[in-house]
Design a protein around this ligand. Structure first.
Ligand SMILES: N[C@@H](CCC(=O)N[C@@H](CS)C(=O)NCC(=O)O)C(=O)O
Length: 291
């Protein structure tokens, strides 16, 4: 689990914060996942919104909290935890409430490896999001903000020089030049394929992804499924997965945490209609490529 060391943190005032604080952004998938988890667990938290659209995460101050410049980050009684899956695991152990990670070793091992697979797909989710949610020129990161991002913060996670930020910087710099090419979108779709096949097979056998009941794994994958559906992904290709998605969507806080302002929903559907008119919507390129 990624708990930062005090030497990783340059914005040291957070070390004095008591209680549970969450740095998050309303439409960030990893933030949505963490917020749903906190509600399922029954943990109250103080919100600290970080606006990714205005590059609030690329400031000296926020990089002084999370050297990776990503949301979410959780502060609990002065300790800073990053990485949404690790935050969920930490909260599950630190607080009372329903257990959302399995206790038996084999099930826990499965959940952790499946969550890692879901986390490893994050740049795929991001590629699809940035191709299908709005025109690319509206989403590109400002080069000056990226310069700050590259230099600010301790550069250390858990006391070790961190290589993760360089991957992020490369993603944004490449996107500023190339946008998200169709090949990148198709590679992302392909990367999801074996996982969706496996999840669909599991859900044909039991109601939740784990045989013994609802876990954090359901929350983690639900967020990706929600996002891909929002972008136009034809989830009916995986009927059990789609049915499970709808069952969880009936829990009010699931939909509440992924809700977007009407103008953003309208903007995304207009953008997708424009892509469709050019024959380049997500379902169209998938169909044309044998998905
Ligand atoms: N593996 C990380 C990924 C976190 C991540 O990439 N968060 C995104 C939002 S979902 C972010 O902060 N992006 C920065 C940006 O868009 O500038 C986690 O699970 O917490």
């Amino acid at each position: 689990m990624v708990k930062l060391l005090r030497s990783d943190i340059l914005s040291t005032e957070v070390l004095d914060w008591k209680g549970v604080h969450l740095f998050h952004f309303y439409s960030s998938s990893c933030s949505q996942k963490t917020r749903i988890f906190l509600t399922e667990k029954g943990v109250d938290w103080e919100p600290h919104p970080i606006n990714l659209m205005t590059h609030e995460n690329f400031t000296d101050w926020y990089l002084g909290v999370n050297p990776r410049g990503l949301v979410p980050a959780l502060v609990h009684d002065g300790d800073v935890h990053i990485e949404s899956n690790d935050i969920m695991r930490y909260v599950d152990e630190a607080f009372d409430g329903p257990r959302l990670f399995p206790e038996d070793e084999a099930s826990l091992a499965y959940v952790l490896q499946s969550m890692k697979a879901e986390d490893d797909l994050h740049l795929c989710v991001r590629s699809l999001t940035f191709r299908y949610v709005a025109p690319n020129e509206l989403l590109r990161k400002d080069p000056d903000a990226l310069d700050v991002y590259e230099k600010a913060g301790s550069g250390q996670v858990a006391g070790v020089a961190d290589t993760h930020k360089a991957v992020e910087v490369n993603f944004w710099r490449k996107m500023a030049v190339d946008g998200i090419p169709i090949e990148q979108a198709l590679a992302a779709v392909k990367a999801f394929e074996p996982h969706f096949i496996e999840l669909n097979e599991r859900l044909a056998k039991h109601e939740w992804l784990m045989p013994d009941g609802f876990t954090a794994l359901d929350i983690a994958w639900w967020i990706s499924v929600f996002r891909l559906k929002f972008l136009g992904y034809p989830m009916e290709r995986f009927p059990q997965l789609d049915a499970w998605y709808h069952t969880l969507a009936e829990r009010p806080h699931f939909m509440a945490e992924v809700a977007m302002p009407p103008e953003r929903v309208e903007g995304a559907s207009q953008h997708q209609a424009n892509m469709a008119a050019a024959g380049e919507s997500l379902p169209q390129i998938m169909a044309a490529n044998g998905f």
